[in-house]
Design a binder for this molecule. Structure first.
Ligand SMILES: NC(=O)C1=CN([C@@H]2O[C@H](COP(=O)(O)OP(=O)(O)OC[C@H]3O[C@@H](n4cnc5c(N)ncnc54)[C@H](O)[C@@H]3O)[C@@H](O)[C@H]2O)C=CC1
Ligand SMILES: O=C(O)/C=C/C=C(\O)C(=O)O
Length: 489
């Protein structure tokens, strides 16, 4: 029997699905099979999307009230809900993650992103400032929010729909028109989103989707377009720096969520079992492919040996498998290319003198998964803090565990990083939690938990981990131009 041709994923521009002559392959990380061919946008295609977005701003979209836009965002959320299983299947096929994770985290959060920003935008207030004047009559200042205009959105593959909608939802809520460029590694859920947005009745050109790679492809063309007003990006720090240079001449607004080399710190007074469970989550969730994951774990010397033993046992018990297995803990990495990078660190760690406590290689299954991009979850000890494996973002299921002796020492060691995204502290001492949390130089500190998200809170990093904050009103601020109106009374 002739095999069915793989699907062709198309761009969505000006309300139409359009294909390009050039395509690239979308490969399943579970077993290396071809999932689809994906249209690759050239510069002209990207410019046509930018032009469609510009036109949309002066069409019906530009005249809608925030309440009408908010209702439209809820319709998009309804549309994702109605096709929930298709979205789950798309995310699972592109990334190989466990189905239970795609259901409870990725797709559920995409829906929440739309509903949250629909409600926040509809309830947003403006500021007013009364001021005295020499004549005694005074003046009144008040602020108004306007859309930024045309916003370029470039998103990564690690939480594809979650991170794309984290930007699309507030951008639309604030009245902008967008061009979204999802990662070439995970194009499918974004294409489904375009279908849902089309069916929800969002006017043509308000949401545009272009597929392609980064350098010398759709990503770079989007950043170089004179027609965009702002660019928001999640991905690697080096890419953020390249994008910043690309938009510098036009002095475009940017918002960057970049990499991390995050620490987890377990104090002697921590609830031991909760800390072990928490570090297992923070180091191995999504095969370590979350910018918030802890790759550096510091444990107080008095409980260090016991902690390493407990983590070793838990890591060796992790179930690596097919996404559909109900009890699977970990899927593959996103691609063979990314696996090569992670495995290069597995080798480097040994060269740098690490003790491999668990993992360190590639699992052998004896089935189709051997063609996939799996690695073993891995734990190291014995490296100095300045080893490359302790300073560079690996983005895999791996952590290094080191002992520490006192509070001042550990604050200094955690802060000694070119990154500054997130940190998890494990302690039952409330004073210590407050004292240490505010001295860690990162954008996000969790105490006795990890990756607990309230979407109203500011999200982002310092140093190489990013620029600006998104979340709640911080997103509304980024995706709006705030103008002040001063009236002399
Ligand atoms: N959230 C995070 O912190 C993430 C970090 N990474 C890290 O980055 C490494 C490389 O993974 P990639 O997928 O290549 O990340 P990346 O940062 O290069 O890609 C993310 C997005 O940026 C686009 N892009 C890449 N180069 C571009 C350019 N010059 N101009 C405009 N857009 C561009 C890509 O097409 C993709 O949509 C990973 O090994 C991982 O360590 C990857 C994904 C997310
Ligand atoms: O917003 C979230 O819940 C998750 C954010 C994760 C990233 O930004 C990342 O992994 O890049």
């Amino acid at each position: 029997m002739k095999p069915e041709s793989p699907a062709l994923l198309r761009h969505y521009i000006g309300g139409e699905f359009v294909a390009s002559a050039a395509t690239f392959d979308n490969i399943a990380p579970v077993d290396g099979r071809l999932l689809s061919r994906v249209s690759e946008a050239d510069r002209a295609t990207v410019e046509s999307a930018v032009a469609a977005a510009r036109r949309a701003l002066s069409g019906p979209w530009g005249k809608m009230s925030v309440q009408q836009r908010s209702a439209m965002l809820h319709k998009i959320a309804d549309g994702i809900e109605a096709r929930f299983d298709e979205f789950v299947a798309a995310e699972v096929a592109d990334t190989g993650r466990p189905v239970h994770q795609a259901r409870s985290l990725d797709i559920a959060r995409a829906i929440t992103n739309f509903r949250t920003f629909a409600d926040l935008a509809a309830c947003a207030n403006s500021d007013a400032f009364e001021m005295p004047t020499a004549d005694g009559a005074g003046a009144l200042n008040y602020t108004v929010r306007k859309p930024l205009g045309v916003v370029g959105i470039i998103s990564p593959w690690n939480l594809p729909l979650l991170l794309l909608t984290w930007k699309v939802a507030p951008a639309l809520a604030c009245g902008n028109a967008v061009i979204a460029k999802p990662s070439e590694e995970s194009p499918t859920s974004a294409t489904l989103l375009a279908e849902v947005i089309c069916q929800a009745g969002v006017p043509a050109g308000v949401f545009n989707l272009v597929h392609g790679r980064g350098a010398d492809s759709a990503g770079q063309f989007l950043t170089q377009s004179a027609g965009i007003d702002a660019l928001t990006f999640t991905g690697e720090s080096r890419t953020g720096s390249t994008i910043m240079k690309a938009v510098a001449d036009g002095v475009k607004e940017v918002s960057f969520e970049l990499g991390g080399k995050n620490a987890a710190v377990v104090f002697a007074d921590a609830d031991f079992d909760a800390a072990v469970a928490g570090v297992m989550r923070s180091s191995f969730t999504n095969s370590g492919q979350v910018c918030l994951c802890s790759e550096r774990v510091y444990v107080h010397r008095s409980i260090y040996d016991k902690f390493v033993t407990a983590i070793k046992q838990k890591v060796q018990a992790l179930r690596i498998g097919f996404p559909e297995e109900a009890d699977v803990d970990m899927g593959p990495l996103i691609s063979h290319g990314h696996r090569d990078k992670v495995l290069s660190y597995y080798r480097l760690a040994v060269e740098e003198g690490a003790t491999v406590v668990a993992g360190g290689g590639v699992p052998v299954f004896g089935d189709a998964r051997d063609e996939g991009a799996y690695v073993q979850p891995t734990v190291w000890t014995g490296l100095p803090d300045n080893a490359r494996c302790n300073t560079e973002e690996i983005f895999g299921p791996v952590c290094h565990i080191a002992p520490f002796d006192d509070e001042e020492e550990i604050i200094a060691r955690v802060n000694d990083s070119k990154y500054g995204l997130a940190c998890a502290l494990w302690t039952t001492n409330l004073s210590r939690a407050h004292r240490v949390a505010r001295r860690i130089h990162v954008g996000l500190v969790w105490v006795n938990t990890w990756y607990l998200r309230d979407l109203r809170t500011p999200f982002g990093g310092v140093k190489l981990s990013g620029l600006g904050r998104e979340g709640g009103r911080y997103s509304l601020d980024f995706y709006s131009d705030v103008a002040n109106i001063c009236i002399k009374l």
